[in-house]
Design a protein around this ligand. Structure first.
Ligand SMILES: [Zn+2]
Ligand SMILES: [Zn+2]
Length: 353
C-alpha cells in the first residue's frame, strides 16, 4: 500500500518491524512507516546486523516497549524530504553516526563521542532498522562505496567502535595487544589490529566457538580467561609473564576488566570498550606503581565510519569469517539473538527484513 506523494516518488504507508513487547519478547508487527520530515530520507533496509546492545535492549528488556532496534544497516534510498540535497531515490547507503552539535569544546576538539549535547533526549522510542523501512536524517547516512559488498558494509558501525578503541589505546607498531572477549567487537578489534600491522594479538575468550573465531580472524594466540595470571593485591608491582602494552576489554565483564589491568606492562594502557553492569575492583597501587592508564572508548572517532568503510573496501579484513553465513528474517531475529547470547552463534548475524 502506498500513498501518492508527487515529486519524491511513492512512499509506503505500512511496513513490518520487529517490535519489542517486553523483556525477551519480540513480535513482527505491521506498523506505520515513520513520517518523513523535510530533511529526512526514507531508506528501504537491505541488511541490518545484530549488535550486543540490541541483545541488552531486547533480551534484558532495557529498550522501550513499542520500539524496534537495529543500527548496523545498509539500504537503498526510496524517497527524500523536500530539503534533502545530498541523496536521491536509488542511492545505496550505509547508516552513519548520529549528528553531533559540532560546536561544543569536544566536537571542536574532534571528539564527537564526548559531545556536550549527546544526551539530548530523543524524539520518542527508537525506530531502528529491524524493519523493512527506516527514516534517517540526511546527515546520518554515508554512501555505500561502489565496490563494497553490502554484507561487509554492515560491519561499518561495529568496526568504527573497534577502531575507536584501538585509537584510544595509542598502540604503535611493534607493540603487543591482548583482546578480552571475542564477540563481534572483540573479533573486529583483533582483525583491525592485524590489518593495522600489529602482529602480537592475544585473545582471551571462554567459549570454544568464539575462540575459533578469534583464531580465524587473526589472533596470534588464544587462551581461556582463567589462564590469565592475576597477581594478588599484595603484589601491586609484580608484572605477569607475557604482559602486553595494550589491553582492549571487549567483554564488559568485571572479572575481565580486573584481569586486564593485571596483564599490562609498566606504562601500559587498558581500554574499556565493552559496557557492563557490574563494577570492577581496580587496585590503586597497581595503577600508581606501574603508571598504567585506564581509559574508555565510547562510540566512534570523528572519522570512524569513513575509516571503517575504507578498511572494509581495502579487503584487508576477513569479512566471511566475521559474519555468520546465513541471513535471518525478522521472524528469526529473536532466536538469533538468543543464539548470540548463549554462544551458539559466534559471528555477526545479519538480518534481511
Ligand atoms: Zn552496534
Ligand atoms: Zn558537541
Amino acid at each position: 500500500m502506498t500513498s501518492s506523494v508527487g515529486p519524491m516518488g511513492p512512499v509506503p504507508l505500512r511496513m513490518s518491524a520487529a517490535v519489542l513487547q517486553g523483556p525477551g519478547r519480540l513480535q513482527v508487527n505491521d506498523v506505520p512507516v515513520p513520517p518523513l520530515g523535510d530533511q529526512d530520507v526514507l531508506v528501504k533496509i537491505d541488511l541490518c546486523g545484530v549488535c550486543g546492545s540490541d541483545l541488552h535492549m531486547v533480551l534484558d528488556g532495557w529498550g522501550q516497549r513499542g520500539s524496534w532496534q537495529g543500527h548496523e544497516w545498509t539500504g537503498t534510498v526510496l524517497a527524500v524530504g523536500p530539503e534533502v540535497q545530498r541523496w536521491q531515490p536509488g542511492d545505496a547507503v550505509v547508516g552513519g553516526p548520529p549528528i553531533r552539535c559540532g560546536t561544543c569544546a569536544s566536537c571542536v576538539a574532534g571528539r564527537p563521542a564526548l559531545c556536550a549535547q549527546r544526551d539530548t533526549p530523543g524524539i520518542g522510542p527508537e525506530q531502528g532498522a529491524f524493519a523493512t523501512y527506516k527514516v534517517s536524517r540526511e546527515g546520518e547516512l554515508l554512501a555505500l562505496p561502489a565496490d563494497l559488498d553490502p554484507r561487509a558494509a554492515t560491519l561499518a558501525e561495529p568496526l568504527a567502535v573497534a577502531l575507536h578503541g584501538i585509537h584510544q589505546s595509542g598502540i604503535t607498531a611493534g607493540q603487543r595487544a591482548l583482546v578480552l572477549g571475542a564477540g563481534p567487537i572483540g573479533a573486529l578489534t583483533i582483525a583491525a589490529l592485524r590489518a593495522r600491522g600489529i602482529h602480537h594479538v592475544v585473545c582471551a575468550e571462554p567459549t570454544e566457538g568464539r575462540q575459533a573465531l578469534a583464531r580465524a580472524v587473526g589472533a596470534s594466540e588464544v587462551c581461556h580467561p582463567r589462564d590469565l595470571v592475576v597477581p594478588s593485591i599484595a603484589e601491586p608491582g609484580f608484572i605477569v609473564p607475557g604482559a602486553v602494552d595494550v589491553v582492549l576489554e571487549c567483554s564488559g565483564k568485571a572479572a575481565a576488566m580486573e584481569a586486564g589491568l593485571a596483564q599490562l606492562v609498566r606504562g601500559g594502557t587498558l581500554v574499556l570498550v565493552g559496557a557492563g553492569i557490574e563494577s570492577p575492583r581496580f587496585d590503586p597501587n597497581r595503577i600508581l606503581l606501574n603508571e598504567v592508564i585506564i581509559t574508555g572508548a565510547f562510540t566512534y572517532s570523528a572519522n570512524g565510519f569513513s575509516e571503517a568503510l575504507d578498511l572494509l573496501a581495502s579487503g584487508a579484513l576477513p569479512v566471511d569469517e566475521l559474519l555468520e553465513p546465513d541471513l535471518v528474517s525478522l521472524d528469526g531475529l529473536l532466536d538469533a539473538m538468543r543464539g548470540l547470547a548463549d554462544g551458539r552463534l559466534a559471528g555477526k548475524v545479519l538480518v534481511r527484513p
